[in-house]
Design a protein around this ligand. Structure first.
Ligand SMILES: C[S@@+](CC[C@H](N)C(=O)[O-])C[C@H]1O[C@@H](n2cnc3c(N)ncnc32)[C@H](O)[C@@H]1O
Length: 307
């Protein structure tokens, strides 16, 4: 099994400005790469490790336990950030990290149905106890809904022809597996597109994964909660891999770091906004990291600090 290579590992942990006694959250624990580095820097502090995939606990446990510091794994979607922390008596935190998207272990586990390279039931749930699967979307959503998903989340230029082909073929029999879907996609694309570099199903698979896991809404809701939980001089660090995720992050961080004047009161100075925007432009991986880790090529990191 391929080891998950954490993206922007050193840089993300550096940007958290870890206080050894602080309370930290890794919202996306995955294989525990970032969590381990955070944990190593804590003394009396505590790390809360979220992941909606219970398997992430198995993957990260050994490595985190070996550090010998105090942490708590929370098997939950980070959309429940505030409530899950409150249940544990935590109402303020000193830093939070989001490293969005999928882990390599999720892609590698054939039966999870994330990969267009291995045949499996069309699943794509990060949380296997959730009801909605990619099978459900592909076989029951209307033509219009499919076009919207493929176009918005996958930026797929052939969204309409792919959705039309799906609609036609599923009338005969359901499209059950990942490779059956790949074949349907191939049948809907012109020859010259099929000859181009890159896998023809990549964008549709990405779009379906985002839709199945409602990734954009979960992130938008959670980061808003996170900003309210931050202590003064606390940092939120976000690594995105998709332009829509990055746009959400950019806009929320910009809004939080912009002073909003109330009519009748003197104009506020930039330093009076509740947050300081640390990254006016996103931090991106260097050439060496991108060469070493293909996943890093679309990564963007944004950072904000509570004043
Ligand atoms: C890119 S991986 C994180 C890798 C990790 N930083 C590391 O160094 O190993 C993203 C992880 O976030 C989890 N995840 C994605 N969306 C989530 C959500 N809404 N709530 C909780 N976990 C989520 C996925 O299950 C996956 O394990």
């Amino acid at each position: 099994m391929v080891q998950h290579k954490s993206v922007l590992l050193e840089e993300a942990v550096k940007q958290l400005h870890i206080k050894p006694n602080g309370i930290y959250v890794d919202a996306t624990t995955g294989g525990g790469g970032h969590s381990s580095e955070i944990l190593k820097r804590l003394s009396n502090g505590h790390l809360y490790c979220f992941d909606q995939d219970e398997y992430a606990y198995k993957r990260s446990k050994e490595c985190l336990d070996s550090i010998g510091k105090s942490y708590t794994f929370i098997h939950s979607n980070f959309i429940h950030l505030k409530n899950e922390l409150l249940k544990l008596g935590v109402s303020k935190i000193d830093g939070i990290l989001y490293d969005l998207g999928v882990s390599s272990f999720q892609l590698d586990m054939k039966e999870r149905g994330f990969s267009y390279k291995q045949d499996a039931y069309l699943d794509m749930r990060m949380n296997p106890s959730q009801l909605l699967t990619a099978y459900e979307i592909v076989n029951t959503y209307s033509y219009e809904e499919l076009v919207k998903i493929f176009y918005q989340y996958g930026e797929e230029p052939f969204s309409k022809s792919i959705a039309r082909q799906i609609e036609k073929e599923r009338m005969d029999k359901p499209i059950r597996t990942t490779l059956e879907l790949v074949e349907v996609i191939k049948r809907s694309l012109p020859q010259k597109v099929l000859k181009q570099k890159g896998h023809p199903a990549k964008q549709v698979f990405q779009a379906l994964r985002i839709a199945v896991n409602d990734e954009l809404r979960a992130f938008e809701d959670s980061i808003q909660q996170a900003l309210k939980l931050l202590n003064s001089d606390g940092y939120a660090v976000v690594i995105t891999f998709h332009s829509l995720e990055d746009r959400i992050c950019k806009s929320i961080f910009k809004n939080a770091s912009t002073p909003h004047n109330i009519e009748g009161l003197p104009i506020m100075l930039e330093e009076e906004a509740p947050f300081e925007l640390i990254t006016h432009k996103p931090i991106v991986p260097n050439v060496e990291e991108i060469e070493e880790n293909n996943r890093a090529h679309s990564a963007k990191m944004r950072v904000i600090r509570k004043r």
